[in-house]
Design a protein around this ligand. Sequence first.
Ligand code: SF4
Length: 166
Amino acid sequence: MSRYHAIMTNDVVNGEGVCVSFWVQGCPHHCPGCFNPETWDFKEGQPYTEHTKWEIIEDIGANGLTRNFSILGGEPLDEHNVGMVEEVVTAVRQAYPNIKIFLWTGFTIEDLSGCFDQKIGRILNTIDVLIDGPFIEAEKDLSLKLRGSKNQRIFQKIDGKFEEKK
Ligand code: SF4
């Protein structure tokens, strides 16, 4: 069973505007200097259930404000987490066709484009913005938007394809 680390209802740091942020639990990358090492262990955090999905959907529309949605880690695209993430992004997209969905991964877009996992393919088809690559301490730059190090890139979906945002 997949596990998650936390849900934040009103996050103004990760994403654009106000977002519901969902941190998955478990990461195989173990980047030195990672800001969230407590998300590395696949056995920690809380079990994901149907209730978690509905909590996220309710939170996105809570108090009459529609929020964007951010998925962070941990590693959302690890094999232990893709089933959960696919279920959540599919449900969120059905409930809110017009919000922006952001996803952070330690894999590069090149790693992902050579991957034939259908769940990952469906997740990438559903989200709007992908922030890729591991955190590299030697390239750390706290002034970067949405990223911790210069090697990481922001890809925005335009006409169904990811294009790097410079
Ligand atoms: S991929 Fe992200 S969560 Fe995983 S170790 Fe690297 S910085 Fe931390």
